[in-house]
Design a protein around this ligand. Structure first.
Ligand SMILES: *Cc1c(COP(=O)(O)O)cnc(C)c1O
Length: 555
């Protein structure tokens, strides 16, 4: 497939081209997971199951697939490329190292970086004995396309690393600039490191990968998998083929692969979307608040971080140390340069306090629950102090609508997705979702300081629905009412009392529901709306918000 004139072959180190090509399919059969029922006596593995608890570790006595097909496919789907354009690596750090080892001959070849930037590019290049030529951002830390092209015209590097948005300054490189650079430098691999692109307004370059344009992606930042060490290189298949020769035989630990496939399962994705949007919104809020601080001379944002220039970094370092907060000082990037990662609400509040922006912050009333059984896989996030987003995908349209009513009338944010065995019966999904939602509400309520016990009655045309809730910690459920039709919009009516019982059980609440009227659709909807309204009152923080609504002092 690789003609002698292909870019990958022209640029690769001769030592790499002299290595045999990596046949990932053959390697999978030789060293990877057992194929079918074959008896594996070929790889000097230990035949006994590992002495580690938990299902995740099930097959770690076997070597993993060199490029697990399921992982490669999942990442290709996630990023929008073909599996043959993608090589999974131990974090994108490893992809940087792999590219440099594949293409840079020690003592002869060079890379170009755009300072100030991520330090790993230069570090791996120096380890390989490659020269590092630095172009620079402008004085005010803007990307300067012409300066980069000029530096490359002189250095004629094998590789150019563009970090977009840039760590630590947040500076993006716009697609038009990447395109222009790639066109101007046909004999250089132009590598867009998009470690933080999920947090950026700048679009990804993955769809344009090919020729000399290469993209790096990582699951460490946007998907919270830094400890799993999974990233990838996305490039023309010929570049992938050549680089794979420099890859170690089994780069990806099976535990990391399993954790990654789990974390990126379809029903988890809405929670990732919500988290990313939240981090971006909090980042912009923090930037806004910090603008009022005199000691901060400039603020830039990008990725899941802010880049500040402060007047007295030594003084700030002292205050941070006594508050037990770690920020990353980057004096080489800018005088007084410091990078601040966006954290949780409480962590952000502690950071703001170091800059004199103290305020009383209540612990976030947010919870995420992941609940997996053989029948259903559910991911749910609730935030009792925000009203958006409401994104619900149960697989049952009418149930989505009912839970949306609960969140809308309850006044809380709800993200919920389920992959369930609907082809068998909606029963499992309906019940398990109620259990997961109740559990999430219970966690989000925390110690219940400031909450009350409430109820709500609601007329809907001829229907009257009434719900009383006591968030008492003691599960109890009572349902008065009946339905004439077996089914409303795909939701079996006999499941309605069951849903409230599951909620009561998992929330630790007493829930009394009473409904009367003629139209079953109205009756079902009335129950959920009234439940949302009663919940809204029950969840509301009242007054100073620190009194427990019980004479026992504990609920
Ligand atoms: C964090 C970071 C990486 C490394 O990510 P891993 O996948 O965890 O190795 C790569 N590039 C940049 C710019 C980063 O900031």
């Amino acid at each position: 497939m690789s003609g002698p004139a292909s870019l990958a072959r022209r640029l690769a180190r001769p030592e790499i081209l002299a290595l045999p090509p990596t046949d990932t399919a053959a390697a999978a059969a030789a060293g990877g997971a057992p194929i079918g029922r074959s008896i594996k006596l070929d790889a000097n593995e230990n035949p006994f199951a590992p002495l580690v608890g938990g299902g995740l570790a099930a097959s770690v006595n076997r070597y993993p697939e060199p490029q697990p097909a399921a992982l490669r496919q999942r990442l290709a789907d996630l990023y929008g490329c073909a599996p043959t354009q993608l090589w999974a690596t131990r974090g994108s750090d490893d992809a940087i190292d792999l590219l440099i080892r594949t293409f840079c001959r020690p003592g002869e070849d060079s890379i170009v970086i755009v300072e100030p930037t991520f330090t790993a590019y230069a570090q791996f290049a120096r380890l390989q004995g490659a020269k590092v030529v630095a172009a620079r951002l402008t004085e005010d830390l803007q990307f300067d396309c012409d300066a980069v092209i000029a530096a490359c015209a002189e250095a004629r590097p094998k590789l150019l690393f563009l970090c977009t948005p840039n760590n630590p300054t947040g500076t993006p490189v716009e697609p038009a600039e990447v395109r222009r650079i790639a066109a101007a430098l046909p004999d250089t691999l132009v590598i867009a490191d998009e470690a933080y692109i999920e947090f950026s307004d700048t679009p990804s370059m993955v769809a344009e990968v090919g020729g000399n344009l290469v993209v790096l992606r990582t699951l460490s930042k946007a998907y919270g998998l830094a400890g799993a060490r999974v990233g990838c290189l996305i490039a023309d298949p010929e570049i992938i083929e050549v680089a794979s020769r420099a890859s170690p035989p089994y780069p990806l630990p099976s535990l990391s692969v399993a954790a990654t496939l789990d974390a990126l399962a379809a029903e988890r994705m809405p929670l990732h979307t919500e988290r990313i949007a939240r981090l971006v919104a909090d980042r912009d809020m923090l930037a806004e608040r910090l603008r009022a601080v005199a000691e901060i001379r400039s603020i830039r944002t990008g990725g899941n971080f802010l880049f500040l220039e402060v007047a007295d970094p030594a003084g700030l370092a002292q205050r941070l140390a006594s508050a037990g907060i770690r920020l990353r000082f980057r004096p080489n990037a800018a005088p007084g340069g410091v990078r601040v990662t966006v954290g949780t609400e409480m962590e952000n509040a502690a950071m703001l306090a170091v800059f004199g922006l103290a305020e009383a912050v209540r612990p976030s009333r947010r919870a995420e629950i992941v609940r997996d059984t053989k029948e259903t896989r559910i991911a749910v996030a609730v935030d009792l102090d925000r009203t958006e987003p409401r994104r619900i995908d149960t697989g049952i349209g009418f149930y989505d609508h009912m839970l949306d009513q609960v969140a809308a009338h309850g006044g809380f944010a709800l993200t919920l997705a389920c992959s369930g065995d609907l082809e068998i019966d909606p029963h499992h999904s309906i019940e398990d979702i109620a259990l997961a939602l109740g559990a999430a509400l219970k966690v989000a309520l925390g110690d219940k300081r400031g909450i009350g016990r409430f109820g709500f009655a609601l007329p809907m045309d001829e229907v009257r629905a009434e719900v009383l809730i006591d968030l008492s910690g003691r599960p109890f459920s009572k349902f008065e009412g009946s339905f004439d039709t077996p089914d409303v919009g795909g939701l079996p009516t006999q499941m309605v009392p069951h849903i409230f019982r599951s909620l009561a059980d998992s929330m630790g609440a007493a829930i009394h529901v009473k409904v009367e009227g003629d139209n079953d659709h109205h009756k079902v909807e009335g129950c959920f709306k009234a439940f949302g309204r009663a919940l809204r009152m029950g969840l509301a923080i009242e007054g100073r918000g620190d009194a427990l609504p019980s004479t026992k002092g504990v609920l």
